[in-house]
Design a protein around this ligand. Structure first.
Ligand SMILES: [Zn+2]
Length: 300
């Protein structure tokens, strides 16, 4: 014990904590670097009020804004073997999972993974939503996500409801090796089930949608909507640039670039997502009532 620990350290701590308090109320937009009041930013669905930058929002924050009067039902994912390969890299996979569960926002029954499945009315019509959670191990697709998407597809078929997927993922979950790669085919078959039942399958691509998810169910929608300025692609731009040894065009792999090149049908602001999805559901499920209203009208 000396004056450093007894006197200087508490003083320093007080200084640091005093600094932290105002920072908790404010945040900086990573794009335009303007300060945002946290409560306003949350009310604005985590979109910057200065430049319109769409930040990554977790599924549980999205859900109340999508369904009628914010009412919906959560469906726990089917139970799967948690760590089938007993995988370990710098950390054990089961330890990583435990950490992710502690920060997870879905049903608190231990089945939560990087996918949230919910059902509820959208303009009076039942819809099944499956949202990838980038906050849970980078939205990576392992067995639980695959099983969850199959369950969502089965729910859609059983209830004759459209399936809407919100994608946000870094790709397949490498800790599950081949089992995670198998989910590419399983989810593709799940989507097919919905299509064979004559039900709409709509994908909302959000930042970032890459890897195995973009190579399977995220690119199989009847209609693809993207949030503004989202990164959408298979491999990241740096990997591509290093492989082909060429400079990539500006805006490459962003929503607007993909819209221009025909990979995406519409780029829609987060605030307009609910009404756009409702218009699309009516157009696809009830074409006679929506006669004369083309897709251009529906997504405007
Ligand atoms: Zn901004």
């Amino acid at each position: 014990m000396n004056w450093l620990t007894n006197f200087v350290r508490p003083k320093l701590r007080a200084l640091v904590s005093r600094k932290e308090a105002p920072e908790n109320l404010w945040m900086k937009c990573p794009k335009c670097e303007q300060m945002l009041f946290l409560r306003d930013w949350e009310a604005n669905q985590e979109v910057c009020s200065h430049c319109g930058h769409h930040m990554r929002i977790r599924p549980m924050k999205r859900l109340p804004r999508l369904f009628d009067e914010g009412k919906y039902e959560l469906h726990p994912l089917p139970r799967v073997t948690a760590d089938p390969l007993k995988f370990r890299d710098t950390k054990r996979y089961d330890a990583r999972l435990k950490e992710a569960h502690a920060k997870a926002e879905g049903p608190k029954d231990g089945t939560t993974d990087a996918l949230i499945v919910a059902s509820g009315p959208m303009d009076g019509r039942m819809a099944i939503l499956a949202l990838l959670d980038f906050g849970f191990m980078g939205g990576s697709m392992g067995t639980a996500v695959g099983e969850g998407l199959v369950m969502a597809a089965e729910l859609a078929v059983a209830r004759k409801a459209p399936l809407i997927v919100f994608s946000a993922s870094g790709g397949a979950r490498m800790q599950e090796g081949i089992l995670s790669l198998m989910q590419l085919t399983r989810t593709t078959i799940a989507v097919r089930m919905v299509k064979e039942a004559g039900l709409p399958y709509i994908v909302v691509l959000t930042d970032p949608t890459t890897g195995g998810v973009s190579a399977s169910f995220a690119m199989l929608g009847d209609i693809h909507i993207a949030e503004p300025d989202a990164i959408i692609g298979f491999a990241g731009p740096r990997v591509i640039q290093d492989t082909i040894r060429q400079e990539l065009p500006p805006g490459f792999q962003r929503s607007e670039y993909l819209l221009e090149h025909g990979m995406v049908d519409a780029v829609v602001h987060r605030h307009q997502l609910r009404e756009t999805l409702i218009r699309l559901i009516h157009l696809l499920m009830d074409p006679i009532r929506s006669e004369g209203r083309g897709l251009a009208v529906a997504v405007r």
